[in-house]
Design a protein around this ligand. Structure first.
Ligand code: ADP
Ligand code: MG
Length: 706
C-alpha cells in the first residue's frame, strides 16, 4: 500500500534511476508527485466515428480495431514511421507515429483501442491520417480509460516523464492510496468560503476531473477542487507570514526613536520642495513605526517619479538624529552614486552636518578601506551602496535603519542579510512595481504597506508613441528640437545580457553613429554596464550637468535615474522589452514641468501579437498600476516578480488568487485568526508548518525565511 511519504522509487513505472532525478528536482515522495498538477486538460469525453473524423476538424476520440500495421524504416538513419490502419463500423483511417518503433508490438492486428487525435492531410500521403494520436489499448486497461473517453489531464514534462507517463503514474498513485493516506494539513474549520473538500479528494478531482466538470472552469482554475488546493497553499503561506510578523511584534527593541516637534521642524527646513499630501501621509505612517518599540517592516510603494527618495532621506535622518546609522541599498552603482549626490546636495545646508559615505563593489582598495573604517567607527551616519553593503567585512557601529530602494530587484535573502548587520534594524523597502493589493498580500504578507498614490505637482503627462524604421528621420528631428529648446534626451538600446558581446557592439555602434553622423554638432555620451565605474560616473555627471545632451544607454539607467531636464526617451527595439521595464524606462522623463516624449522604436513591426499589445498598452496609459496588471496578465507572476521572491513563481495557484482575491482574503484572515488565538495560537501554527513535507516548506520559502 502506498503512503504519502513513500519514496518515488517504489512507485511502479518510475523506478530508482528516474526517482533519483526527480528527487534532485525536489519531487521526492508520492505526496510531492501528487502536487505536480496538470497545466491543462483535454476534453476526450465524446466519441466520434471514423467517418465523422474528416468533417469534425477537431480532436476526437475514436473506438477502433486495429486492421493492420507496419513499421517503415526510412533512409534517414534511425528515423522510423509506424502506421496502423484502424477501423470501426463506419470506415477506416491510417494512424501514423514517428520514431516509436515499439508500437509495432502494441498495435497488433485484431486488438481494440481507443485513440484520440485530429485528422489531417498527410504531408507524405496526401490523404487523411491521424498523426501521433494518443491511445489506449482496451484489453490492457479493464478499468476506466485513463488517456481517452474522459477529461484528460495534460502535464508538463517532468524530468524524463512525458505527460502520458505521468498520467498513468498519477492515476496509479491516486488509486493506490488509502482514503486516509493524506493527512489534512490545515485545521478542520479552515477552508474556502464555499466549504472544504478533503485533500485527497481535491487532488483526485484536479488530476482526473469528474465527467460533469466544465472545461473552462478547469482552465480558469475555479473548480471547487482547485480552489480547495489553492486555498490550502495560500493559507499555509499566509500562516508562515503571520507567524513571522507575530515574532517581529514580540521583539521589543527596548528603545523607540524620538520624533519631537523640534526634530520635525529641523528636518522640514531641509526640504527643497513642499511635500505632496501622499508623501506626508506615508511619512506619518513611517513615523508611527519609528516611534514604537517594534521594529519597522514597511513596504513603500509609489509609481516611478512619485518622490520616494525624499521619504527615504527623512526616514534615515530620524534614525541618525537618534544616534543610529542608516543604510540605503540600491541595485545599481549609477543609482548609488546618484542618491549619494542628491542626498548630499539636499543636506548641504548651513548648520547641518550629517556625514555620508558611498560603498560599491568597485571602490579601489584604499577608498574601500576608508569607507569601511568610517562605517565601523560610526563616523558615517548614512551609507549608500549596492549589495556590496552586506558583503562580509562590512561592519556597522550601530545600524538602526535600512532602506532598500527598488526592492523588486533584490531577493528576499539579500534583504535579510543586510538586516542581520544591525540588531534588528528598522526596515523600509521601496518599490515602483505597483503590485495589485491581492498580490502584495501574498508577496509581502509580512510587511505593512504604504502607498504614494500621487505625483508631485506640475508634471505634464508624457506623450508616448510607437514608431517604425521609416519614421527615424522624424524622431531624430524631434530630439533636435528638444535639445534646441535646452532639453536632453536618452536613447536606450537593448542589451539582453550585459555580457553579450554582440549586443554591446550594437549599442556602441549606435552611439558612434549618432555621434559622428546624426548629431555631429551635439554632445553624445554613452553608458553601459561593462564600463569602468569611474567612467560611467563621469558620463552620468556630465549628463546631470547638461554637458552631454544625448545619452545613449543600456538599461543600466532603467531604475532610479533622475535628471529632470531630460524630456525625450527613445527606446530602440522596444518590442524586446517587457512592460514593467518600458514603464521604468519611460519614468526617466517627465520629471520636470516641460512636456516629455517617449518614442518606442519597433523596427518594422511583425513582432507578434503580444509585443504589439505591450506597445499599445504603453501608448494608451501612463498608469503604472494598469501596466503592472497587464504585465501580469501577459507574462504571469513568476516572470514579473522574478524567481527569488518567496518561491512565488512556484505557487501553482497564484493564477487563482489573482482572479479570486476573496480566496486570498479569507485565507489570510483565517491565518491571522489562528496565530492570534490565545493562548497557544502561535505554537499551533508553528506545529502545522513544522509538519509540512520538506518540498512544501521549500516552496513556501520557509526554509530560508524561517
Ligand atoms: P521615485 O519615487 O521614482 O524614486 P524620486 O524620488 O526620484 O522618485 O522623485 C522624482 C522627482 O520628483 C525628483 O526630481 C524629485 O526631486 C521630485 N520631487 C519629489 N517630491 C516632490 C515634491 N513634493 N514636489 C516637487 N518635486 C518633487
Ligand atoms: Mg527612485
Amino acid at each position: 500500500m502506498l503512503q504519502a511519504d513513500t519514496p518515488l522509487r517504489y512507485v511502479k513505472g518510475i523506478g530508482p534511476r528516474r526517482a533519483e532525478k526527480l528527487e534532485a528536482s525536489g519531487v521526492e515522495t508520492v505526496e510531492d508527485l501528487l502536487y505536480v498538477l496538470p497545466f491543462r486538460w483535454e476534453d476526450r469525453r465524446a466519441f466520434a466515428t471514423v467517418a465523422e473524423l474528416g468533417l469534425l476538424q477537431r480532436e476526437s476520440t475514436l473506438e477502433v480495431e486495429v486492421a493492420s500495421s507496419r513499421l517503415i524504416r526510412t533512409r534517414k538513419r534511425g528515423f522510423t514511421i509506424f502506421e496502423a490502419v484502424l477501423r470501426d463500423g463506419s470506415g477506416e483511417i491510417t494512424a501514423v507515429w514517428y520514431n516509436q518503433p515499439y508500437l509495432a508490438r502494441v498495435f497488433v492486428a485484431g486488438r481494440r483501442a481507443v485513440v484520440f487525435g485530429r485528422a489531417a492531410i498527410s504531408r507524405y500521403k496526401k490523404r487523411l491520417v491521424l498523426e501521433n494520436p494518443d491511445y489506449e489499448l482496451l484489453e490492457e486497461e479493464d478499468r476506466e480509460g485513463i488517456h481517452t473517453g474522459r477529461i484528460v489531464p495534460v502535464y508538463r514534462k517532468l524530468g524524463e516523464l512525458s505527460s502520458r507517463m505521468l498520467r498513468v503514474i498519477q492515476h496509479r498513485v491516486l488509486e493506490g492510496l488509502g482514503e486516509r493516506a493524506l493527512a489534512e494539513t490545515v485545521p478542520p474549520d479552515v477552508g474556502p468560503p464555499e466549504g472544504r473538500i478533503a485533500r485527497l479528494e481535491a487532488l483526485r478531482q484536479t488530476h482526473f476531473p469528474p465527467p460533469q466538470t466544465r472545461l473552462d472552469d478547469l482552465a480558469e482554475r475555479r473548480t471547487a477542487a482547485q480552489r480547495q488546493l489553492a486555498f490550502e497553499e495560500i493559507f499555509l503561506l499566509q500562516l508562515a507570514l503571520a507567524l513571522r510578523r507575530h515574532g517581529l511584534r514580540q521583539q521589543r527593541r527596548g528603545t523607540a526613536y524620538e520624533l519631537t516637534d523640534a526634530l520635525c521642524t529641523k528636518l522640514g527646513r531641509l526640504l527643497p520642495f513642499k511635500l505632496t499630501a501622499a508623501q506626508r501621509r506615508v511619512l506619518k505612517e513611517i513615523g508611527r513605526d519609528l516611534e514604537s518599540t517594534h521594529p519597522m517592516n514597511r513596504l513603500l510603494q509609489g509609481d516611478v517619479g512619485s518622490g520616494k527618495t525624499i521619504v527615504a532621506l527623512l526616514t534615515m535622518l530620524v534614525a541618525v538624529e537618534n544616534g543610529f546609522q542608516a543604510a540605503l541599498m540600491v541595485p545599481t552603482e549609477i543609482l548609488a552614486e546618484q542618491h549619494y549626490r542628491t542626498l548630499s546636495s539636499i543636506l548641504a545646508v548651513e548648520g547641518i552636518s550629517y556625514r555620508m559615505a558611498v560603498l560599491t563593489g568597485s571602490l579601489r582598495a584604499a577608498a574601500r578601506r576608508r569607507v569601511l573604517t568610517s562605517v565601523r567607527t560610526g563616523q558615517a551616519d548614512i551609507v549608500v551602496g549596492t549589495h556590496a553593503l552586506f558583503e562580509a567585512g562590512v561592519e556597522f557601529r550601530k545600524l538602526g535603519l535600512v532602506v532598500v530602494d527598488e526592492q523588486h530587484r533584490f531577493g528576499v535573502l539579500q534583504r535579510a542579510a543586510l538586516a542581520a548587520k544591525g540588531a534588528r534594524p528598522d526596515v523600509l523597502v521601496m518599490t515602483a512595481t505597483p503590485i495589485p493589493r491581492s498580490l502584495a498580500l501574498t508577496v509581502y504578507g509580512d510587511l505593512d504597506v504604504s502607498v504614494i498614490d500621487e505625483l508631485p505637482p506640475g508634471r505634464t503627462p508624457i506623450k508616448t508613441v510607437v514608431r517604425g524604421e521609416s519614421d527615424r528621420p522624424r524622431v531624430q528631428d524631434g530630439i533636435r528640437r528638444a535639445i534646441a529648446a535646452g532639453r536632453q534626451a536618452y536613447v536606450v538600446v537593448p542589451l539582453v545580457e550585459e555580457t553579450e558581446k554582440s549586443d554591446l557592439k550594437a549599442a556602441t555602434a549606435m552611439a558612434e553613429q549618432l555621434r559622428s553622423e546624426v548629431f555631429p554638432d551635439l554632445e553624445v555620451g554613452m553608458v553601459h554596464g561593462r564600463m569602468r565605474p569611474e567612467d560611467k560616473d563621469r558620463v552620468m555627471q556630465r549628463f546631470v550637468a547638461g554637458e552631454v545632451q544625448v545619452l545613449v544607454a543600456t538599461t543600466v539607467i532603467e531604475v532610479g535615474v533622475d535628471v529632470p531636464n531630460a524630456t525625450v526617451m527613445v527606446v530602440e527595439h522596444a518590442e524586446r522589452f517587457g512592460l514593467s521595464q518600458l514603464h521604468q524606462l519611460r519614468g526617466r522623463v517627465g520629471r520636470g514641468s516641460a512636456k516629455s516624449y517617449c518614442v518606442l522604436m519597433a523596427g518594422d513591426g511583425g513582432h507578434g501579437r503580444e509585443a504589439a499589445e505591450r506597445l499599445a498598452v504603453m501608448e494608451q496609459t501612463g498608469d503604472g498600476f494598469r501596466i503592472a496588471e497587464k504585465d501580469l496578465e501577459l507574462r504571469g507572476p513568476g516572470a514579473v516578480f522574478g524567481t527569488q521572491q518567496h518561491g512565488l513563481s512556484d505557487l501553482q495557484f497564484l493564477a487563482v488568487v489573482l482572479r479570486a482575491p476573496e480566496l486570498l482574503e479569507s485565507a489570510r484572515n483565517a491565518a491571522q485568526r489562528l496565530v492570534g488565538r490565545e493562548p497557544d495560537g502561535a505554537a499551533r501554527a508553528e506545529r502545522i508548518l513544522d509538519g509540512l513535507r520538506p518540498a512544501w516548506r521549500r516552496r513556501l520559502g520557509l526554509a530560508q525565511v524561517g
